[in-house]
Ligand binder design. Structure first.
Ligand SMILES: C[S@@+](CC[C@H](N)C(=O)[O-])C[C@H]1O[C@@H](n2cnc3c(N)ncnc32)[C@H](O)[C@@H]1O
Length: 459
């Protein structure tokens, strides 16, 4: 039986032994097995058979031949690879050709790699970029690569941005990543969030978790149109992006809503808020990370299926909506999550670790919460999970639409700090009353401020 050891032994014996072994094979699988187990090739390796295999009818054989030719690092190799590239139809083989040429690191291959930048397959363009980036501080390479920051493909744009532009743009964070400003710690401001955010510095918040108003479905919000509503949320989340620290998270709880019909001769209208909001978030620098579904028990939601239950006529089907979304975004950055995590000291990381029993799926079964004053409050369990999974102890958690203050109270109970805004005096006062009665915001005193007082606190 042919083994890896046997192939290695033949390879070192030299004299075209591998070529003979390949020629003796009847099936493609065995040829591939040999080619995939060749490992490093000695300088005197008889490689002619590899060039013949570039014309093999099976693309996997061609691909493996290219890979091995790439290991040879000989001048003549490039020509046969380029000839194959020009007639090759299999994109994996084409990518391997570009990768092999790139791995040779020969300055004479630069012009070839420049040509590959024109390929319509973005993966080939990325391979060519990889091959070119080894020529550090090379003006010619820089001139060819920098314009690709406007390439139609997002992967290509990201690589080029990271290489040439991110470093230039990195602003100096005035505070260490794990810290924030004293005037934001455990503060609730009674005002329009957009007014408040004008006074909040860049890069000051570690996590935002919020449930925005449900367009005009509840009493506390009246927007002239759905478009005006989306544009308002765009402004809020654009500002939230500015005040969020690099690479940190925004979690938005929304769901499609229904605005009841005007009369029996009209239909009610459903608005898919999460889906319509998403493009505005991405456009403003939020990178989509995850969609978490909050699943409620059926008895807890409005019964919509009743009519259908009676008539059973197709087209009239209206399921009970027992889910809401938690859309998870990260402030776009070239830095990996490791960079964020390394900003915390050992003790904080250890103490913030999530205990066993955490949720392993993106479907979170949690009962909703009902409140006599506020019609749409977060269940504490929902806040707990978000805060524990997406922040460290001592972090500042922001809720632009504070409501009854669930995010603040939960953040506090988990040794985080909070910053909330709430426009309605009724809910602001409710938050205060909850604080007094239960003494929940007790350790670091919570400050309930008007916009004026908040502005003064910054000076
Ligand atoms: C869905 S509720 C949030 C409830 C909150 N998650 C809780 O657990 O109590 C949305 C809140 O946003 C507030 N709000 C609406 N527009 C606002 C604005 N422009 N600035 C600040 N708060 C606003 C509303 O008054 C409402 O209390």
């Amino acid at each position: 039986m042919m083994t890896k050891e046997y192939i290695t032994e033949l390879k070192h014996r030299g004299n075209g032994n591998i070529a003979n072994l390949v020629a003796a094979q009847r099936d493609v699988g065995s040829i591939n097995f040999i080619l995939e187990n060749l490992g490093q090739l000695p300088n005197d390796f008889h490689a002619d058979f590899l060039y013949n295999l570039l014309n093999h009818q099976h693309s996997q054989v061609r691909l493996n031949a290219v890979k091995n030719i790439g290991k040879l690092n000989r001048k003549s190799d490039t020509n046969s690879l380029v000839i194959l590239y020009q007639k090759e139809t299999d994109t994996s083989v084409k990518r391997e050709i570009v990768s092999s040429i790139g791995r040779q690191r020969k300055p004479t291959n630069k012009s070839l790699l420049f040509d590959f930048l024109e390929d319509e397959d973005p993966k080939i363009v990325c391979q060519a970029i990889r091959g070119l980036l080894v020529f550090e501080n090379d003006k010619d390479v820089e001139e060819h690569l920098k314009p690709l920051v406007n390439h139609p493909n997002e992967m290509v744009r990201t690589v080029i941005y990271k290489e040439y532009f991110a470093k230039e743009q990195t602003k100096k964070d005035t505070l260490p990543h794990a810290e924030t400003y004293d005037f934001l710690k455990n503060v609730v401001v009674n005002a329009d969030v957009l007014e408040v955010l004008k006074s909040v510095p860049d890069d000051s918040v570690h996590l935002t978790f919020t449930s925005p108003p449900y367009y005009n479905a509840r009493d506390y919000s009246i927007y002239p149109s759905y478009q005006a509503y989306l544009e308002f949320l765009e402004k809020v989340f654009k500002e939230t992006h500015r005040i969020t620290k690099e690479g940190r998270f925004l979690i938005v709880n929304t769901s499609p809503i229904i605005i009841p019909r005007v009369s029996r001769s009209h239909s009610s209208k459903r608005y898919p808020i999460p889906f319509d909001l998403h493009p505005y978030l991405v456009k403003n620098g939020w990178e989509f990370i995850d969609d978490i579904v909050w699943l409620k028990p059926e008895y807890s939601v409005k019964n919509r299926v009743g009519g259908f239950h009676q008539h059973r006529k197709p087209l009239g089907y209206k399921p009970n909506s027992i889910t809401e979304y938690l859309m998870v975004y990260r402030k776009s950055t070239e830095k990996l999550l490791d960079w964020n995590i390394r900003s915390y000291d050992y003790k904080t990381v250890e103490e913030s670790k999530v205990a066993d029993g955490y949720e392993t799926t993106n479907v979170w079964k949690i009962d909703p919460c009902f409140d006599k004053v506020h019609s749409a409050i977060f269940p504490v369990e929902l806040c707990k999970r978000v805060i524990q999974y997406y922040s460290y102890k001592g972090d500042l958690v922001f809720d632009p639409f504070g409501g009854s203050g669930t995010v603040g109270r939960t953040a506090k109970s988990l040794d985080r700090l909070f910053f909330l805004t709430e426009q309605e005096p009724k809910y602001f006062e409710y938050m205060q009353s909850k604080t007094k009665s239960k003494n929940i915001f007790n350790e670091r005193k919570t400050q309930f401020l008007t916009l004026e007082l908040f502005k003064n606190s910054i000076k």
